[in-house]
Design a protein around this ligand. Structure first.
Ligand SMILES: Cc1ncc(C[n+]2csc(CCOP(=O)(O)OP(=O)(O)O)c2C)c(N)n1
Ligand SMILES: [Mg+2]
Length: 558
């Protein structure tokens, strides 16, 4: 068999991880990559509406499959994708960003071509794009096989994006050397531990658990990124520890588990008793490393004693002032699970469904929308939560058994949710993908609906139409014109974008909402619902909330 080209080999090798789509926008410098997608077995091209959307879609896909491929062109394409790729870095997702660039013949002759700044410097974007990644490589026929092994290993070890540059001419040349046949992601050991540090960390943690009277565990999304979320749950189940998650980690634990006590969000914990359980615990076993951002701690109102916490990070552990390094999170969970014994555990506080409110003729509003949504989610479904007011309703809401969540609670780039829903829905093999997005966020990336329609993706989308950047209106005090949005007839968009077989509706009353939810239950396809939400919900707010939000009170110095 003849040798594959650099572009073909790169895509083949990455697809062996279990990736079956390439999200991107074509470009003449990237044609070798674009063409290769058409000939590599098991890979399909997803033609996104723009590179930022493609990056968000790849991010969503990587959340479900563990890794993703993004393909853009030189300069204009890769730079447009940058916000999305940086978000994947923040959220620890191995997205392989493959960029086509002008050929070395052009570069050596110092010719000026399009997407260049006119100065014949062809390396200008490398540092910018690679800063959104943890590893980068410029592939040639000679280095391709070795370099790809290095790039894949590092991206998986750090669970972050990788930047891969292939020039037009190199992309079409055969690789030199013996191609490597890779393994699916689930079979790859991504990190290795130092045996002495691993044993010492495990011993220290087991001793602390045995001595604790009121221990509590937290599990974060980092465990899912390394494919060890199930191990974390197995460990806390065997140890019989109560488990809380933060907003940032919503959905990483099945919320129907008996060990699950609820959302820890300092002063906004749900149920509220979770705050005391976590803050008064004599041991907080933090599996994955909780993010102490303002959004995750009700504006830094958390009172967590780090002396009482043991933090298990991706490859290191902190227990009080002891730090253990080169301890892989998966290895540690294996040792802990094998050795831990069950602890006595108090009954979890009551944490039921949201209360049903609203008469049939009442206008739709948050208090009557969320309880109805909650009761429609089913095991196997994924709920995508966009940044905006909806997260303050959805994060405290208890998820039905077997429902997962994806959100962008750290990077928080509005517009992420719609294309991420495309990627998530394409990556999932069962269950529905539900998106809840504000209208303002949706406006940034709603052209991705056409892509969903084209590829037959069937999400259920709720666009909350309050005519405002509502959450910003909350923070920026009331009534600023810059928070007002153009009036869009959202429910007409699926038809305009050519989405066939989509159920589409606008709901203004509780009766209409209930009817559309019944219709969605009975409909085996995509649905798009514009839900009218009164803009008064965003204001007026108590002055102290505005004050805390707007002035972004920073934590007091220690
Ligand atoms: C890319 C980007 N631009 C701007 C912001 C600032 N921002 C955060 S939330 C938000 C408004 C969201 O409005 P909408 O989606 O309508 O949700 P609502 O709160 O009204 O329900 C804005 C502009 C951001 N986070 N990301
Ligand atoms: Mg809005």
């Amino acid at each position: 068999m003849s040798q594959p080209t650099v572009a073909e080999y790169t895509l083949t090798r990455l697809s062996q991880l279990g990736i079956d789509r390439v999200f991107g926008v074509p470009g003449d410098y990237a044609f070798s990559v674009n063409d290769a997608v058409e000939v590599v077995d098991g890979l399909d091209w997803v033609a996104c509406a723009n590179e930022l959307n493609a990056a968000y879609a790849a991010d969503g896909y990587a959340r479900i499959r563990g890794a993703a491929i993004l393909s853009t062109t030189y300069g204009v394409g890769e730079l447009s994708a940058l916000n999305g790729v940086m978000g994947s870095k923040a959220h620890r997702l191995p997205v392989f960003h493959i960029v086509g660039m002008p050929s070395e013949r052009i570069q050596h002759l110092k010719l000026i071509t399009h997407h260049n700044l006119g100065d014949t410097r062809y390396d200008r974007y490398h540092d910018i794009s690679s800063s959104a990644c943890c590893v980068s490589a410029r592939l040639t026929p000679d280095n391709c096989i070795d370099e790809l092994e290095r790039v894949i290993r590092e991206a998986l070890r750090q669970s972050m994006p990788a930047y891969i540059v292939i020039s037009e001419v190199n992309g079409l040349m055969p690789v030199i050397g013996k191609p490597v046949k890779g393994q699916p992601l689930a079979k790859i050991k991504r990190q290795h531990s130092d045996p002495g540090e691993l044993a010492a960390a495990a011993e220290a943690i087991l001793t602390k658990i045995a001595a604790a009277k009121h221990p509590v565990a937290t599990i974060t999304t980092l465990t899912a990124r390394y494919g060890v979320a199930d191990k974390a749950v197995e460990f806390v189940s065997k140890a019989n520890l109560p488990v809380a998650v933060t907003s940032y980690d919503k959905g990483v634990v099945d919320e129907s588990l008996p060990h699950y006590i609820g959302l820890y969000s300092a002063g906004s914990s749900q149920p509220p008793a979770v705050r005391d359980i976590v803050e008064n615990a004599d041991l907080i076993l933090d599996i994955g490393g909780v993010m102490l951002t303002e959004l995750n701690t009700a504006l830094w109102s958390a009172v967590l004693d780090t002396d009482k916490a043991v933090c298990i990070h991706d490859n290191w552990v902190r227990s009080g002032t002891n730090v253990y390094v080169n301890v892989a999170i998966g290895d540690l969970l294996d040792v802990l699970t094998a050795k831990v014994t069950a602890h006595a555990r108090a009954e979890a506080p009551a944490y039921g469904e949201l209360e049903m409110t609203g008469a049939p003729s009442d206008p739709t509003a948050s208090p009557n929308f969320y309880p109805r949504l909650q009761r429609r989610l089913r095991a196997g479904d994924t709920l995508v939560i966009e940044t905006g007011s909806c997260m303050f309703h959805l994060n405290p809401m208890r998820l039905p058994a077997g429902v997962g969540v994806e959100a962008q609670g750290l990077w928080g780039s509005i517009g992420w949710g719609t294309p991420a829903t495309l990627g998530i829905a394409m990556a999932k093999t069962e269950g529905r993908t539900w998106l809840v997005t504000g209208d303002g966020s949706h406006q940034l990336t709603l052209n991705e609906l056409a892509v969903m329609g084209r590829y037959g993706v069937t999400p259920v989308i709720f666009v909350l139409n309050n005519g405002l950047y509502g959450i910003e209106d909350v923070i920026s005090e009331r009534g600023h014109a810059y928070d007002d949005l153009a009036a869009v007839n959202y429910h007409l968009l699926p038809a305009a974008f050519g989405c066939k077989g989509w159920l589409s509706a606008k709901v203004t009353t509780v009766a209409e909402l209930e009817k559309v939810l019944d219709d969605i239950d009975a409909h085996d396809g995509a649905a798009y619902v514009e839900v009218m939400i009164p803009n008064e919900e965003s204001q007026p707010l108590p002055d102290d909330v505005i004050d805390r939000g707007y002035k972004l009170r920073t934590p007091a110095p220690n």
